[in-house]
Design a protein around this ligand. Sequence first.
Ligand SMILES: [Zn+2]
Length: 112
Amino acid sequence: MTPDQPEARRRALAFNAVGPAINQAGYWLPLSARRAVADAVLDAVAGELDADQRRAVRIQTLLDDTRDRIRKLHRPVERAGRVVCAECSAYLGEPADRPAPCPTISALEPTA
Ligand SMILES: [Zn+2]
């Protein structure tokens, strides 16, 4: 098992959580029972985990598509020897051309 295997990592985390939780409640379980409890809980929530993962993928795809549409709209174009934002400059007109990248594109960049 390596940490980059999500299922194995999830099972290891669940297994490691069972012991302290049982002990804190004043009980003790052998390791094999801890594994069975951890696996049973993970199996019970597997459908929820899968749904959450599919939802996360859909949201990421929507976010990526939206960023792509914004980048196409605010693409750099050359105008009179200057590189300006196509959308912002079209809106502002001469001589108020907005240099590219414009604030909209800059806002798409991740912050530290
Ligand atoms: Zn722009």
